[in-house]
Design a protein around this ligand. Sequence first.
Ligand SMILES: [Zn+2]
Length: 185
Amino acid sequence: MKIFSIPESIAPNLDAEHPLPQFPVLPQSKALDASGPSRSLFVELVISSSFRMRTYEERLATFKKWVYGDRSKCSPHAMALSGFIFIASDTAQCYWCQKTLDGWEEHDDPWEEHKSHAPYCPYVQLFEKPPLNITIVELLELMRGQEKLKLKRRHEAICKEFETVFDNIIKRYSEPKGKKHRRLI
Ligand SMILES: [Zn+2]
């Protein structure tokens, strides 16, 4: 069984007294019968998304072609610190909530913009101001929030699809306008 350890760069507050946790990595297909549903879910969560973009440094590295420089309020540094990754010249997306914001202006404060456009984001909910370092507990909380958000969106999409299918069936069985008698089952 492979052992997956969390890179030290994303848990800088850990020391010898608090060693990095190690998670067993299971093949996706076998994860569900590993050792009970709760542990399987945890393993799934850990392996379902890579660690890329979870750190400030990784996000910062994406902003090479960002429209604004270091002196602007929404500099690459401020954008990455506020959870964003570069998408296009003036478009960025939050790694944690996937909110995409475009049309950035030089005086925009990325943290304030993030909070106002995506107040549900686990990243802006967890911190009062953009954090330079995050602890392992904070990382796990962010992962939990991110996965919950993904599940919620998937659930909403399924509900919408279900509703559309039923709307079409109901429409097919509906009486033409003006017909006096109701069709009974
Ligand atoms: Zn966000």
